[in-house]
Design a protein around this ligand. Structure first.
Ligand SMILES: [Zn+2]
Length: 127
């Protein structure tokens, strides 16, 4: 995805306590503990929203910012996309889509279950 990524906002800090509790201080994608910080998924809502924000480690934040993803290292994403938490599903879906097997039937099913549109990398409109 070549879309431009806006800079993370300081205002998202208000979600710190909530997300630390939700995540137990672990990266919500890989459960890692390396330099976990809040990460807002663009496009940002007007106010910071826990459903658009996740706690993510340095590696996962780098990937979300467009760093090259090592597919072998990224196997945990295939579990994360089944998360009950919308921001974790969306982040996992976007990362899986950048690994370029969007034609994989497994990924299509997972995106369907996550309710993410592969074309836009966004949740489908509620019908
Ligand atoms: Zn991580």
């Amino acid at each position: 995805m070549a879309r431009k990524r806006p800079k993370q906002r300081a205002a998202v800090g208000v979600l710190g306590k909530l997300l630390t509790r939700r995540s137990h201080g672990r990266c919500e994608l890989c459960e890692g503990r390396d330099d976990n910080r809040l990460y807002e998924l663009p496009p940002f809502p007007e106010e910071p929203d826990p459903d658009r924000t996740l706690l993510a480690c340095a590696r996962c934040r780098g990937w979300l910012e467009g760093a090259p993803i090592d597919a072998a290292e990224a196997r945990f994403l295939s579990a994360a996309i089944w998360s009950t938490l919308p921001p974790v599903r969306l982040a996992a879906a976007r990362l899986l889509l950048t690994i370029d097997f969007a034609d994989d039937p497994w990924l299509r099913d997972a995106l369907d279950a996550a309710d993410v549109d592969p074309a836009s990398g966004e949740f489908r409109e509620a019908s």
